[in-house]
Design a protein. Structure first.
Lengths: 224, 115
């Protein structure tokens, strides 16, 4: 889901940079007001967890690969705004040092995986947790759905390129139209990678609840 | 940085995960899976659609990352060397992410107190 350089046109990647700068500013304001000092090392390790879980490429046999992002569990445990900052940092490091995701696409990649995904995850978790009070089920669904929505948003960014940037019938950037991009990315995430994110989210939740010796509060469980 | 017992447990897990990251290249190799969708290089794009989009060609080489594709130069051929590269990149990445996020959050909180 890391969009490389060359797939998005400037009329796409520039607006995403602008939008992300506004989102990062908002996240900083939220952190100033809401972040408990005790949580700082955990959010920092959340960033590292997100970095590393993305290295575990899961294959579609004979096809493509994909991976979990870790955004969902960070959003559930510490709130979506903490996920914005910690996952953005992981994504920026991946782009700058490891060439995973393009420099021009940092805005879009952060928008997809460090904004859309954690917010969908947070509210999906709360929705299911409130109704069914099954924490692992809610975590699983939250991971599954949030990765799928993020993948669809990414596919839309890819898929609009042939329409907005072409010359003489040839695409200038990503050559695949909407239908193909959404079908391809949607199918692989609905059938496989979404489950991986679901299990990662529920698994980390289990580990967190079992080991939480500092009585840290789970952000998405507040006032349910 | 002072770490609680729970912090240390998580750090231990991050180290374990770092050491087993080669799974992330061995599994795709075993199942003959290729790049992620939409992350192909220009060579593959040419094979797939018959041409390299001109804008893509211009932007593609824009940034030369020091450890491109999580590989150390000279340690990027063959699964054993790649695995070594991968573990190295994982540990570097984990350390940078923790330090950067930790100090970014500390800085944000400190500015609040001074304000």
């Amino acid at each position: 889901m890391h969009i490389p350089d060359g797939y998005l046109s400037p009329q796409t990647f520039v607006p995403f940079y602008i939008v992300m700068i506004a989102i990062w500013k908002k996240a900083i304001d939220k952190i100033k007001k809401e972040l408990d000092l005790k949580n700082i090392p955990y959010v920092a390790m959340g960033s590292a967890f997100s970095f590393i879980i993305m290295m575990f490429n899961v294959p579609v046999p004979g096809g493509t690969t994909g991976h979990a992002v870790g955004s969902a569990i960070i959003a559930i445990l510490f709130g979506p705004w903490m996920a914005v900052i910690s996952v953005s940092i992981a994504l920026i490091i991946q782009a700058l040092i490891f060439g995973d995701g393009g420099l021009t696409a940092i805005g879009a990649n952060c928008f997809n995986m460090a904004f859309v995904m954690p917010f969908v995850a947070y509210y999906v978790f709360r929705f299911f947790q409130k109704r069914f009070n099954k924490v692992y089920l809610s975590s699983f669904i939250s991971g599954y759905l949030s990765l799928n929505i993020a993948a669809i948003v990414t596919a839309i960014e890819f898929g609009i390129q042939p329409y907005i940037a072409n010359e003489g019938g040839k695409a200038l950037y990503c050559p695949y139209p909407l239908k193909i991009a959404i079908y391809a990315m949607g199918a692989e995430h609905l059938l496989l990678f979404g489950f991986v994110e679901g299990f990662v989210t529920a698994g980390v939740m289990y580990y967190f609840i079992k080991n939480n010796d500092e009585s840290l509060k789970i952000k998405a469980m507040e006032d349910l | 940085m002072r770490f609680s017992i729970f912090n240390k447990k998580i750090l231990k897990w991050l180290l374990i995960l770092s050491l087993i990251t080669p799974v992330g290249i061995i599994l795709p190799e075993f199942f003959k899976a290729q790049d992620a969708w939409g992350e192909w290089g220009t060579d593959t794009i040419k094979e797939l659609v018959g041409y390299i989009p001109s804008g893509m060609e211009k932007l593609e080489g824009l940034w030369k990352a020091p450890f491109s594709d999580y590989a150390i130069k000279g340690f990027d051929n063959g699964i054993v060397k790649l695995s070594f590269s991968y573990i190295f990149s994982a540990i570097i990445g984990v350390c940078i992410c923790i330090l950067l996020t930790f100090f970014a959050l500390k800085l944000i909180k400190r500015n609040e107190k001074n304000a």
